[in-house]
Design a protein around this ligand. Sequence first.
Ligand code: NAD
Ligand code: ISE
Length: 335
Amino acid sequence: GTLGVAVIGTGRMGSDHVRRLDRVISGARVSAVIDVDGERAERIAGGVPGCTAYTDAAAAMDAGGVDAVLIASPGPAHEAALLDAFARDLPVLCEKPLTPGAESALRVMEAEVRLGHRRAQVGFMRRYDTEYVQLKALLDGGGLGRALMLHCRHRNVATPPGFTEAMMINDSVVHEVDATRWLLGQEITAVSVVKPAPSPAAPEGLSDPQLVLLETSGGALADVEVFVNCGFGYQVQCEAVGERGSARLGDAHGLYVNAAGRWGGAIAQDYVDRFREAYDRELQHWVDAARRGVTEGPSVWDGYAAAAVCEAGVRAQSSGARTEVVLPARPAMYT
Ligand code: NAD
Ligand code: ISE
């Protein structure tokens, strides 16, 4: 039958996923929404037939009609929700980051390993973006030879209130951390961060932009410009440079216009627009797998490895020093 999904957190991302599950995805329905802001939960539930609002996730999971859980609360709330879902052996799609911090991510991984099977997919949606998938196939097929470098740009129009410097790594660069691990099939071994004189548009306490350098186990380098108050648009770009060629994604989306003596097109203004189709594919894949009783896609190991890299990145951000990443052996369940 259809998969009854409880969506935890009904903010910008959660409310978009509720709309997506309700109107775009087949085989699923939103049976519950949970938000610590009860009025918000009621308002979102009101727009979806058969959906009940809760302020407590465990109560929603126990109420019946919930077959799976989508976590879209802020990162610090993910661990508790994941453990609640694992305790009931429910399939989970957890928005990135798995958790902010390696220790909490390790606790989550240990809990899933105790279950003995995968139950959570992490929301690294770039793995479902058409151009990323094409770049991965090109690299895997040897079309560029061995990858030497990735040049990445990650720009947001502006940060929401409360966005901290650590979140530039844990919430934003975490996407490049996962994309680098996935595209190259290598782990990240060290992180360095350097900062130019900040843009005057940066809010108090945020040194924006920053340049993050990732070193990989195969000897490749990925540089990431993270600029979260650029003002002009939402841009995610990546150029892979290999022994025999290069390939670049994220340059243009949609219509190319010649008018009034100028050429060009529009720049997306947010992730909901830029990655709309990737989120659609990500959720459909998760729902289809859950209905077959399996969990696929980016794993808790991927979420944990990314959290360990990000923790080193946050340390590098304040110390200015190149910071090595130490990972334990990957549990057999994730190979
Ligand atoms: P948001 O602040 O807009 O919304 C978060 C919502 O969660 C709020 O309504 C808040 O009241 C609620 N909430 C807070 N603590 C809660 C708890 N313990 N239980 C239930 N609800 C709780 O945040 P957002 O921008 O929507 O981000 C949510 C998550 O989605 C984060 O993990 C973020 O990193 C992720 N995200 C992913 C992408 C992506 O591109 N994949 C984009 C944006 C956000
Ligand atoms: C946000 O949480 C996301 O995941 C977006 O994809 C990213 O661009 C943004 O920087 C994050 O804050």
